[in-house]
Design a protein around this ligand. Structure first.
Ligand SMILES: Cc1cc2nc3c(=O)[nH]c(=O)nc-3n(C[C@H](O)[C@H](O)[C@H](O)COP(=O)(O)O)c2cc1C
Length: 245
């Protein structure tokens, strides 16, 4: 079975997707949206996915017309999977927009009767998700020099020009001297996580769980794509390729 698997720019479900592709015996070609590539690097899964796929397609190499979609009418794939599917790409699919790599692949798959499975991030009212490298501003002492910043092989740390009051001191006085903050540019971070061990105050974490609330418009769009002939919306990867349609 040959699969064209599209990864859009979502952290939600991404570790599960990476694990699925690593353990799969299927022939999987992976197409990354521009944001999908960036977010996969932030979570440190891009090279793992690339290593376990037969081919990778990057949106940034596909110009404005996405010539790679020409593979679909030639029956090079049995299924298209979009997992995770961001609220952004879900909205495009819901309204028939095809101006990005993934929305184009879905449009072309439907036109050539190739089944499409979609795992949207915003199907439920509330989701728990994990964020990549994060500096807890409550714990960060803005050390000079900051060892984590010094040791980062990608120079991803920087001192923010913005100034903040420590949250914990806000109630004491709004007139307290504000602090500048050490921050991470996630576009430079490749999730090597070496910085974590260099912070004596345990201010740096990877994979911290947060709760997000879906917008109504995003949940409506999920319902909308679920009604499209040829698309099957799934809630988790266990539902992939199941025959209870
Ligand atoms: C770390 C990180 C995690 C993200 N996770 C999500 C997510 O779970 N769901 C979502 O809809 N957007 C998420 N986004 C925002 C999308 O990447 C953004 O909307 C992007 O424009 C989507 O483009 P695409 O649909 O072409 O991939 C995330 C962004 C970042 C930086």
């Amino acid at each position: 079975m040959k699969i064209l698997w599209c990864i859009t720019g979502a952290g939600q479900f991404l570790p599960d997707v990476c694990e699925f592709i690593e353990n799969s015996k299927l022939k999987i070609t992976v197409a990354f949206s521009k944001a999908g590539l960036e977010v996969s690097q932030m979570y440190g899964v891009f090279s793992r996915i690339k290593k376990n796929s037969v081919d990778t397609i990057l949106e940034e190499t596909q110009g404005a017309s996405f010539p790679v979609i020409g593979r679909l009418p030639k029956n090079e794939y049995d299924f298209v999977v979009v997992a995770p599917c961001t609220a952004n790409t879900t909205a495009k699919i819901a309204y028939g927009i095809a101006d990005s790599l993934v929305s184009n692949i879905v449009a072309q798959a439907l036109k050539t009767r190739i089944p499409v499975y979609i795992l949207p991030t915003d199907a439920e009212k509330m989701q728990k998700t994990r964020i990549p490298i994060n500096i807890d501003i409550e714990k960060c002492r803005n050390c000079v020099p900051c060892k984590a910043m010094e040791k980062c092989p990608n120079s991803a740390f920087f001192v923010s020009d913005r100034v903040w009051l420590r949250q914990s001191l806000r109630h004491v006085s709004e007139r307290l001297k504000p602090l500048s903050h050490i921050r991470v540019n996630l576009l430079k971070c490749n999730a090597c996580r070496r910085c974590i061990e260099f912070c004596n105050y345990k201010a740096i974490t990877f994979g911290k769980e947060i709760t997000v609330h879906s917008r109504k418009i995003d949940m409506d769009n999920v319902r909308r794509i679920n009604r499209v002939k040829g698309i099957r919306v799934i809630k988790n990867l266990r539902d992939l390729f199941s025959r209870d349609e």
